[in-house]
Design a binder for this molecule. Structure first.
Ligand SMILES: [Zn+2]
Length: 122
């Protein structure tokens, strides 16, 4: 049994890393109840910050399995690029985790901590 990982907001490095991440809110289809956020490294982010961010491990919001919350989008070249934030297991590991209510609440908690409110900031 692996030791339990912290929640993202309890992770000592997580919020520090968020200072280097630009968060964009977008809601392409109006009225969608689950607006999305896009994450991108700020241009002056030191490479070691990126590296340590990608190595952060937290607990999956649903099942507690260790996961890496910062993931690089597969469709971008190595180096700079877009990130995404995940609070649960990747789909190819456990499908149920990312679609759970717990995961959805965990995203809300993080966005709230970052100063965003779901659906309130166009
Ligand atoms: Zn999981």
């Amino acid at each position: 049994m692996e030791p339990q990982r912290p929640k993202p907001l309890d992770h000592p490095v997580f919020m520090a890393v968020m200072q280097f991440v630009k968060v964009e809110h977008y809601d392409r289809d109006r009225g969608h109840k689950d607006p999305r956020f896009r994450f991108e490294w700020l241009p002056d982010t030191p490479p070691d910050i990126e590296r340590s961010a990608l190595e952060i491990e937290v607990a999956c919001a649903k099942c507690g399995r260790p996961i890496r919350p910062f993931r690089r989008r597969k469709d971008t070249a190595p180096g700079r690029g877009h990130l995404y934030l995940a609070v649960s297991c990747p789909l190819d590991v456990r499908i149920g985790c990312s679609r759970s209510k717990v995961a959805s609440r965990a995203y809300d908690e993080i966005y709230t901590a970052l100063g965003y409110k779901r659906g309130k900031h166009e």
